[in-house]
Design a protein. Structure first.
Length: 333
């Protein structure tokens, strides 16, 4: 299978910390990594809007509401699958390697992993199509290829990857929540938590530094941080979402990403520094993003959560699982 030349994308749907489609990252392949205890929802955290005189809003003690009786969920598996299929995340500075039936992303040097399959659409026998992807990836001279077996993947793909030495590095829950329905009322996070949108260089850099505690890798170049801050400075007030960073006593302790398109809130990021987990910081970031999404007309939120960390937290926050997607590390040497 002939591959087309490598190219660099002009834009990404969610630039910034690494993640997989429809996901809250917390691992190199993009599951939401924030194993802080989700205490629950007592109203969305106060969040600075760009243009505020103080640049941030401090969260005090929130009132605890009575438990909300959940109404029938309106979302279907078809809704969620369609939302995920429409979401392909590519870092702005990644290189795309394309063949007739696949697309591979070669990640920038500051990422903690090298290659990820973005698209795989075989038209013939599955085995040879898988071999073509792996052969092209080997030419890039890296040790492994990440390959997520999505809900819509061809039948038998997982077995083909296993037969070629692939091992599951993570399992993701595909989760969604209907934002037209009330969420559960749960206890407040830690008091005096500050959250603000990363619409300036310093806040954007802080968020990316927090991301390293969940993803590994290194900070991107200054120019990339500046570009991300500028993009969020435009998208946050316009209702497109962006990066949200949490602070305690002036120290960045968590971050989460959000993008909105066609009424769907795409959650990703979700990292809390290890020393501050278990204090409801993750949940506060989640609440703030969901409140922003609802305010800007989103009807549902989608995310992929690590089954061992963030997925249980998200279910407590009213999300429902619509299936699991394993991520395989396929050796190339």
């Amino acid at each position: 299978m002939a591959g087309r030349p490598t190219r660099t994308p002009n834009s990404a749907q969610r630039p910034g910390a690494p993640s997989s489609p429809c996901s809250e990252p917390g691992s190199p392949s993009g599951a939401e990594a924030a194993p802080d205890a989700l205490a629950g929802r007592a109203g969305p955290p106060s969040v600075h809007r760009p243009g505020s005189r103080h640049g941030e809003a401090r969260r005090g003690k929130a009132r605890q509401g009575k438990a909300v009786r959940m109404r029938r969920m309106l979302l279907t598996a078809t809704d969620v699958a369609a939302a995920c299929a429409a979401w392909t995340w590519i870092p702005d500075d990644a290189e795309l390697v394309e063949g007739e039936e696949f697309t591979i992303a070669r990640m920038p040097e500051h990422f903690a992993w090298d290659l990820s399959v973005l698209a795989f659409t075989p038209s013939g026998p599955l085995g040879p199509a898988v071999d073509a992807v792996i052969e092209r990836a080997r030419a890039l001279e890296v040790p492994a290829l990440d390959w997520e077996v999505g809900l819509g993947a061809p039948a038998g793909l997982a077995a083909e990857l296993t037969a070629r030495g692939g091992q599951v590095k993570m399992a993701l829950d595909v989760l969604a929540r209907d934002l037209r329905e009330d969420g559960p009322a749960l206890p407040s996070p830690v008091a005096d938590l500050t959250v603000r949108w990363a619409t300036d260089f310093e806040t954007s850099r802080d968020g990316m530094a927090v991301a390293l505690t969940g993803f590994g890798g290194a900070l991107p170049p200054v120019a990339r941080i500046e570009a991300r801050a500028a993009k969020d400075a435009a998208s946050v007030p316009a209702g497109g979402g962006g990066m949200l960073v949490a602070y305690l006593d002036g120290t960045p302790v968590g971050f989460g990403d959000l993008s909105l398109l066609d009424g769907v809130a795409r959650l990703s990021g979700g990292v809390v520094v290890p020393a501050q987990r278990g204090r409801g910081i993750y949940r506060a970031l989640l609440d703030a993003r969901l409140a922003y999404a609802a305010e800007h007309g989103a009807r549902m939120a989608v995310v992929k959560g690590n089954v061992n960390t963030s997925a249980p937290i998200l279910r407590k926050a009213g999300f429902t699982s619509f299936g699991q997607e394993p991520i395989y590390a396929v050796p190339l040497r």
